[in-house]
Design a protein around this ligand. Structure first.
Ligand SMILES: NC(=O)c1ccc[n+]([C@@H]2O[C@H](COP(=O)([O-])OP(=O)(O)OC[C@H]3O[C@@H](n4cnc5c(N)ncnc54)[C@H](OP(=O)(O)O)[C@@H]3O)[C@@H](O)[C@H]2O)c1
Length: 253
Protein backbone atom coordinates (compact mmCIF):
# COMPACT_ATOMS: atom_id res chain seq x y z
CA UNK A 1 0.00 0.00 0.00
CA UNK A 2 1.25 3.47 -0.88
CA UNK A 3 2.16 6.24 1.52
CA UNK A 4 0.98 9.82 1.82
CA UNK A 5 3.78 12.41 1.60
CA UNK A 6 3.44 16.14 2.30
CA UNK A 7 6.31 18.23 0.89
CA UNK A 8 6.36 21.89 1.94
CA UNK A 9 8.25 23.85 -0.72
CA UNK A 10 8.20 21.71 -3.87
CA UNK A 11 8.21 24.13 -6.82
CA UNK A 12 11.82 23.56 -7.89
CA UNK A 13 15.21 22.22 -6.82
CA UNK A 14 15.34 19.44 -4.24
CA UNK A 15 11.65 19.71 -3.27
CA UNK A 16 10.41 19.28 -6.85
CA UNK A 17 12.68 16.25 -7.28
CA UNK A 18 11.43 14.70 -4.03
CA UNK A 19 7.85 15.16 -5.27
CA UNK A 20 8.72 13.73 -8.69
CA UNK A 21 10.58 10.67 -7.43
CA UNK A 22 8.19 9.83 -4.58
CA UNK A 23 5.17 10.08 -6.90
CA UNK A 24 6.82 8.01 -9.63
CA UNK A 25 8.16 5.35 -7.25
CA UNK A 26 4.67 3.92 -6.65
CA UNK A 27 1.40 4.99 -8.25
CA UNK A 28 -0.38 4.23 -4.98
CA UNK A 29 1.66 6.92 -3.19
CA UNK A 30 -0.06 10.27 -2.71
CA UNK A 31 2.17 13.35 -2.84
CA UNK A 32 0.93 16.69 -1.59
CA UNK A 33 3.33 19.33 -2.89
CA UNK A 34 3.17 22.98 -1.91
CA UNK A 35 3.85 26.23 -3.73
CA UNK A 36 3.55 29.85 -2.67
CA UNK A 37 1.98 30.64 -6.00
CA UNK A 38 0.07 27.65 -7.32
CA UNK A 39 -0.73 29.27 -10.69
CA UNK A 40 2.77 30.31 -11.71
CA UNK A 41 4.69 27.25 -10.42
CA UNK A 42 5.09 25.82 -13.91
CA UNK A 43 7.44 22.93 -13.13
CA UNK A 44 5.25 21.64 -10.31
CA UNK A 45 2.09 22.09 -12.40
CA UNK A 46 3.85 20.12 -15.16
CA UNK A 47 4.36 17.26 -12.69
CA UNK A 48 0.72 17.45 -11.52
CA UNK A 49 -0.45 17.15 -15.13
CA UNK A 50 1.68 14.01 -15.64
CA UNK A 51 1.20 12.32 -12.26
CA UNK A 52 -2.37 11.84 -11.04
CA UNK A 53 -1.10 11.13 -7.54
CA UNK A 54 0.41 14.64 -7.05
CA UNK A 55 -1.77 17.35 -5.54
CA UNK A 56 -0.73 20.98 -5.36
CA UNK A 57 -1.49 23.03 -2.24
CA UNK A 58 -0.90 26.72 -1.58
CA UNK A 59 1.47 27.48 1.30
CA UNK A 60 3.65 30.41 2.29
CA UNK A 61 5.85 29.42 5.23
CA UNK A 62 6.24 33.06 6.25
CA UNK A 63 2.52 33.47 6.96
CA UNK A 64 0.68 32.07 9.98
CA UNK A 65 -2.61 32.52 8.14
CA UNK A 66 -1.35 30.61 5.10
CA UNK A 67 -0.06 27.74 7.26
CA UNK A 68 -3.39 27.50 9.08
CA UNK A 69 -5.04 27.45 5.63
CA UNK A 70 -3.42 24.10 4.70
CA UNK A 71 -6.01 22.15 6.64
CA UNK A 72 -9.06 23.07 4.56
CA UNK A 73 -7.10 22.39 1.34
CA UNK A 74 -6.15 18.82 2.31
CA UNK A 75 -8.79 17.58 4.73
CA UNK A 76 -10.93 15.76 2.14
CA UNK A 77 -7.79 14.11 0.70
CA UNK A 78 -6.21 12.86 3.93
CA UNK A 79 -8.89 12.80 6.62
CA UNK A 80 -9.16 8.99 6.37
CA UNK A 81 -5.55 7.99 5.59
CA UNK A 82 -3.64 10.64 7.52
CA UNK A 83 -0.15 11.72 6.37
CA UNK A 84 2.74 9.23 6.63
CA UNK A 85 5.70 11.49 5.92
CA UNK A 86 6.09 15.26 6.28
CA UNK A 87 9.09 16.91 4.62
CA UNK A 88 9.50 20.62 5.34
CA UNK A 89 11.88 21.66 2.59
CA UNK A 90 11.31 25.28 1.52
CA UNK A 91 13.66 27.96 2.83
CA UNK A 92 15.25 31.34 2.30
CA UNK A 93 19.02 31.32 1.78
CA UNK A 94 20.61 34.72 2.27
CA UNK A 95 24.16 34.56 3.68
CA UNK A 96 24.90 38.30 3.94
CA UNK A 97 27.49 38.66 6.74
CA UNK A 98 26.77 40.34 10.08
CA UNK A 99 28.61 43.54 9.19
CA UNK A 100 25.83 44.24 6.68
CA UNK A 101 23.12 43.06 9.05
CA UNK A 102 19.63 43.91 7.93
CA UNK A 103 16.94 43.18 10.53
CA UNK A 104 14.18 42.43 8.02
CA UNK A 105 16.26 39.74 6.30
CA UNK A 106 16.84 38.03 9.66
CA UNK A 107 13.18 38.23 10.64
CA UNK A 108 12.06 36.87 7.26
CA UNK A 109 14.51 33.97 7.60
CA UNK A 110 13.25 33.13 11.09
CA UNK A 111 9.65 33.13 9.86
CA UNK A 112 10.29 30.90 6.83
CA UNK A 113 13.13 28.66 8.04
CA UNK A 114 12.21 28.12 11.71
CA UNK A 115 8.78 29.26 12.86
CA UNK A 116 7.01 28.20 9.66
CA UNK A 117 8.30 24.60 9.81
CA UNK A 118 7.32 24.29 13.50
CA UNK A 119 3.84 25.62 12.79
CA UNK A 120 3.40 23.24 9.83
CA UNK A 121 4.12 20.35 12.23
CA UNK A 122 1.53 21.73 14.66
CA UNK A 123 -1.14 22.03 11.95
CA UNK A 124 -0.46 18.60 10.41
CA UNK A 125 0.04 16.69 13.67
CA UNK A 126 -3.58 15.46 13.66
CA UNK A 127 -2.99 13.81 10.25
CA UNK A 128 0.49 12.50 11.09
CA UNK A 129 -0.77 10.64 14.19
CA UNK A 130 -3.40 8.87 12.07
CA UNK A 131 -0.83 7.07 9.90
CA UNK A 132 1.56 4.47 11.28
CA UNK A 133 4.79 5.85 9.70
CA UNK A 134 4.92 9.12 11.71
CA UNK A 135 8.02 10.60 10.05
CA UNK A 136 8.97 14.29 10.00
CA UNK A 137 11.99 15.50 8.00
CA UNK A 138 13.37 19.02 7.81
CA UNK A 139 15.67 19.93 4.94
CA UNK A 140 18.30 21.68 7.01
CA UNK A 141 21.92 22.43 6.13
CA UNK A 142 25.51 21.84 7.22
CA UNK A 143 25.56 25.65 7.36
CA UNK A 144 23.71 25.27 10.69
CA UNK A 145 26.34 23.04 12.30
CA UNK A 146 27.85 24.37 15.52
CA UNK A 147 30.32 21.72 16.71
CA UNK A 148 31.84 21.28 13.25
CA UNK A 149 31.36 24.86 12.16
CA UNK A 150 32.71 25.57 8.67
CA UNK A 151 34.69 28.80 9.19
CA UNK A 152 32.85 31.26 7.02
CA UNK A 153 29.85 33.49 7.56
CA UNK A 154 26.42 32.30 6.52
CA UNK A 155 24.47 35.12 8.20
CA UNK A 156 20.73 34.64 8.60
CA UNK A 157 20.87 31.35 6.70
CA UNK A 158 23.30 29.55 9.05
CA UNK A 159 21.59 31.11 12.10
CA UNK A 160 18.20 29.81 11.13
CA UNK A 161 19.40 26.36 10.08
CA UNK A 162 21.03 25.98 13.53
CA UNK A 163 17.72 27.03 15.06
CA UNK A 164 15.85 24.60 12.81
CA UNK A 165 18.13 21.77 13.99
CA UNK A 166 17.46 22.72 17.61
CA UNK A 167 13.73 22.77 16.86
CA UNK A 168 13.96 19.28 15.34
CA UNK A 169 15.74 18.02 18.47
CA UNK A 170 13.05 19.52 20.69
CA UNK A 171 10.28 18.00 18.55
CA UNK A 172 12.01 14.59 18.63
CA UNK A 173 11.80 14.68 22.42
CA UNK A 174 8.27 16.09 22.50
CA UNK A 175 6.85 13.44 20.13
CA UNK A 176 8.93 10.46 21.31
CA UNK A 177 6.09 8.86 23.25
CA UNK A 178 3.80 9.10 20.21
CA UNK A 179 6.29 7.06 18.15
CA UNK A 180 7.48 9.83 15.82
CA UNK A 181 10.79 9.91 13.96
CA UNK A 182 11.96 13.52 13.62
CA UNK A 183 15.05 14.18 11.51
CA UNK A 184 16.85 17.25 10.19
CA UNK A 185 18.97 16.48 7.11
CA UNK A 186 21.69 18.03 4.97
CA UNK A 187 20.87 17.44 1.26
CA UNK A 188 24.45 17.82 -0.03
CA UNK A 189 25.78 20.80 -1.98
CA UNK A 190 23.14 20.95 -4.66
CA UNK A 191 23.01 22.89 -7.92
CA UNK A 192 19.87 24.96 -7.24
CA UNK A 193 18.80 28.60 -7.40
CA UNK A 194 19.22 28.94 -3.63
CA UNK A 195 22.80 27.63 -3.60
CA UNK A 196 23.90 29.55 -6.69
CA UNK A 197 22.46 32.82 -5.36
CA UNK A 198 24.26 32.26 -2.03
CA UNK A 199 27.62 31.43 -3.67
CA UNK A 200 27.29 34.43 -6.02
CA UNK A 201 26.97 36.68 -2.96
CA UNK A 202 29.96 35.32 -1.01
CA UNK A 203 32.25 38.17 0.05
CA UNK A 204 35.55 38.53 -1.80
CA UNK A 205 37.59 36.81 0.93
CA UNK A 206 35.51 33.63 0.49
CA UNK A 207 35.38 33.57 -3.31
CA UNK A 208 37.66 30.50 -3.39
CA UNK A 209 35.25 28.66 -1.08
CA UNK A 210 32.45 29.36 -3.55
CA UNK A 211 34.44 27.56 -6.24
CA UNK A 212 35.24 24.66 -3.89
CA UNK A 213 31.54 24.28 -3.10
CA UNK A 214 30.48 24.48 -6.74
CA UNK A 215 33.03 21.77 -7.59
CA UNK A 216 31.11 19.48 -5.19
CA UNK A 217 27.69 20.16 -6.71
CA UNK A 218 25.29 17.25 -7.09
CA UNK A 219 22.11 17.66 -9.11
CA UNK A 220 18.73 18.10 -7.38
CA UNK A 221 17.73 14.68 -8.80
CA UNK A 222 20.80 12.98 -7.26
CA UNK A 223 20.26 14.71 -3.93
CA UNK A 224 16.58 13.69 -3.77
CA UNK A 225 17.35 10.11 -4.80
CA UNK A 226 19.97 9.79 -2.02
CA UNK A 227 17.65 11.40 0.54
CA UNK A 228 14.89 8.93 -0.33
CA UNK A 229 17.01 5.77 -0.44
CA UNK A 230 19.51 6.58 2.35
CA UNK A 231 17.25 8.42 4.80
CA UNK A 232 13.47 8.44 4.21
CA UNK A 233 13.22 4.74 3.32
CA UNK A 234 15.79 3.61 5.91
CA UNK A 235 15.45 5.44 9.21
CA UNK A 236 13.67 3.99 12.21
CA UNK A 237 12.33 5.54 15.36
CA UNK A 238 15.75 4.84 16.96
CA UNK A 239 17.22 7.48 14.61
CA UNK A 240 14.89 10.23 15.78
CA UNK A 241 16.84 13.36 16.75
CA UNK A 242 19.91 12.50 14.64
CA UNK A 243 21.18 14.92 11.98
CA UNK A 244 21.60 13.03 8.70
CA UNK A 245 23.75 13.73 5.67
CA UNK A 246 22.20 12.85 2.29
CA UNK A 247 24.56 9.87 1.98
CA UNK A 248 22.97 8.30 5.07
CA UNK A 249 25.78 9.09 7.51
CA UNK A 250 25.08 10.90 10.77
CA UNK A 251 26.54 14.39 11.17
CA UNK A 252 27.46 16.19 14.39
CA UNK A 253 25.18 19.13 15.20
N1 LIG B 1 21.16 23.66 -2.58
C1 LIG B 1 22.00 23.38 -1.59
O1 LIG B 1 23.22 23.24 -1.79
C2 LIG B 1 21.48 23.20 -0.20
C3 LIG B 1 22.40 22.87 0.80
C4 LIG B 1 21.93 22.71 2.10
C5 LIG B 1 20.58 22.84 2.36
N2 LIG B 1 19.70 23.16 1.36
C6 LIG B 1 18.28 23.29 1.69
O2 LIG B 1 17.50 22.60 0.73
C7 LIG B 1 16.16 23.13 0.76
C8 LIG B 1 15.67 23.32 -0.66
O3 LIG B 1 16.42 24.32 -1.30
P1 LIG B 1 16.96 24.19 -2.80
O4 LIG B 1 18.43 24.19 -2.73
O5 LIG B 1 16.24 23.10 -3.50
O6 LIG B 1 16.55 25.63 -3.38
P2 LIG B 1 15.55 26.14 -4.51
O7 LIG B 1 15.59 25.28 -5.72
O8 LIG B 1 15.85 27.59 -4.67
O9 LIG B 1 14.11 25.93 -3.83
C9 LIG B 1 13.71 26.67 -2.71
C10 LIG B 1 12.28 26.26 -2.38
O10 LIG B 1 11.87 26.97 -1.20
C11 LIG B 1 10.58 27.47 -1.43
N3 LIG B 1 10.29 28.63 -0.59
C12 LIG B 1 10.99 29.79 -0.47
N4 LIG B 1 10.34 30.64 0.34
C13 LIG B 1 9.21 30.00 0.75
C14 LIG B 1 8.13 30.36 1.57
N5 LIG B 1 8.03 31.57 2.16
N6 LIG B 1 7.14 29.47 1.76
C15 LIG B 1 7.18 28.25 1.17
N7 LIG B 1 8.16 27.84 0.37
C16 LIG B 1 9.17 28.72 0.16
C17 LIG B 1 10.58 27.84 -2.90
O11 LIG B 1 9.26 27.98 -3.35
P3 LIG B 1 8.78 29.22 -4.27
O12 LIG B 1 8.86 28.76 -5.68
O13 LIG B 1 7.39 29.46 -3.84
O14 LIG B 1 9.72 30.38 -4.01
C18 LIG B 1 11.30 26.61 -3.49
O15 LIG B 1 10.39 25.55 -3.68
C19 LIG B 1 16.25 24.43 1.59
O16 LIG B 1 15.77 24.17 2.89
C20 LIG B 1 17.74 24.71 1.65
O17 LIG B 1 18.11 25.44 2.78
C21 LIG B 1 20.14 23.35 0.09
Amino acid sequence: MGKVYFIAGATKGIGLQLATQLSQADSSNTVIATARNTNSSNKLNGLVSKQENVHIVKLDLSSEESINGIDEQISSLVSKTGIDVLIVNGALGDSTPFRDLDRKTYIDHYLVNVLGPIQVVNVLHKYLVKASTKQIFFTSSAAGQVSSFIPFETGAYGHTKAALNHSALQLSVHYKNEGFTVIPLHPGIVDTDLANAAFDKLPEEHAALGKTFRDQFVSPAESASHIISNIINKVTVEDSGKFFNYDGTVLPY
